[in-house]
Design a protein around this ligand. Structure first.
Ligand code: NAP
Length: 258
């Protein structure tokens, strides 16, 4: 079996759900760009994705592109990744960040809401990973990092409830099974399970009171920042992380033991 390709100096990281200004994906794109990655931002709003890419390109001096995608739609993903493959350096990294929350109690959850949450959080992760993997397998190198949640491990407990928890738990099984299939191609597949992070996904921008409530039980006494998560993803995408695969990283200030 041939060895891994050299980690190229010119390489692209694809990040889904990375256009939102205060989101984890945006901070991750910025950190990766600072490490020299070319950046592809894929999000529901093509305008926001393009604006984010332009800012990153200007501030970090790297090639960046913003493309509209609905991760739950295979044709949309195919078009978006084809655009990236045509105009950017080889895709070495993928972070599946596109996600939606779901604070609905179980007995009020409709099949429509259940399907929408799974279509974005889980099916989207499947579709994008499969589309990107063809090139990674051919090049014998890749890093996939998907965002699960502490909700998968604790059964909610912060904002979202069962549909979200179940979809994020599915990402952990997906990660382990995919890592098993693509390890021989020197492709690593990992998940990150963040605790509460200061973004707008939990029903809007968090007030200081809500941040304090959410920090209750977090051993380090605060909720997480987007940069906390970005730093971990950047490490897992990097050259030095080639022996880490099928792992799920807790990043929650110790909430998992409280
Ligand atoms: P965010 O700012 O809302 O980011 C989510 C992004 O995904 C948004 O830009 C959203 O676009 C996009 N998106 C939604 N549906 C999509 C679709 N079908 N196709 C493409 N893009 C889509 O929230 P975030 O907190 O940074 O979340 C990033 C990831 O981390 C999510 O998977 C989330 O579940 C996970 N996470 C977050 C926390 C937390 O506390 N913040 C904790 C654990 C895990 P629109 O804004 O246009 O809808």
């Amino acid at each position: 079996m041939p060895g891994a390709a050299t980690f190229p100096t010119s390489r692209t990281a694809v990040l889904t759900g990375a256009a939102s200004m205060r989101g984890i994906g945006r901070a991750t794109a910025d950190r990766l760009a600072a490490q020299g990655w070319s950046i592809a931002i894929l999000d529901l709003s093509g305008d926001d994705a393009t604006a984010a890419a332009e800012t990153i390109s200007r501030e970090r001096g790297v090639q960046a592109i913003g493309v509209r995608v609905d991760v739950s739609d295979q044709a949309s993903v195919d078009t978006a990744i084809a655009t990236v493959e045509k105009s950017m350096p080889p895709i070495v990294g993928l972070s599946n960040l596109a996600g939606i929350s779901s604070p609905t109690p179980f007995m009020e959850t409709t099949v429509e809401e259940w399907d929408k949450v799974f279509a974005t959080n889980m099916r989207g992760t499947f579709i994008v990973s499969q589309r990107v993997l063809g090139g990674m397998i051919a090049r014998r190198l890749g890093r996939i990092v998907s965002i699960s949640s502490i909700s998968a491990q604790r059964g909610g407990g912060t904002y979202s409830k069962i549909a979200y928890s179940a979809s994020k738990a599915a990402i952990i099984g997906f990660t382990r099974a995919l890592a098993r299939e693509v390890g021989e191609f020197h492709i690593t597949v990992n998940a990150i399970a963040p605790g509460p992070i200061d973004t707008d996904i939990m029903g809007g921008t968090l007030t200081d009171d809500r941040k304090a409530q959410l920090a209750d039980g977090i051993l380090v006494g605060r909720i997480g920042t987007t940069d906390d998560v970005a730093a971990l993803t950047t490490f897992l995408m990097g050259e030095d992380a080639g022996f880490i695969t099928a792992a799920t990283y807790d990043i929650n200030g110790g909430l998992q033991v409280s």
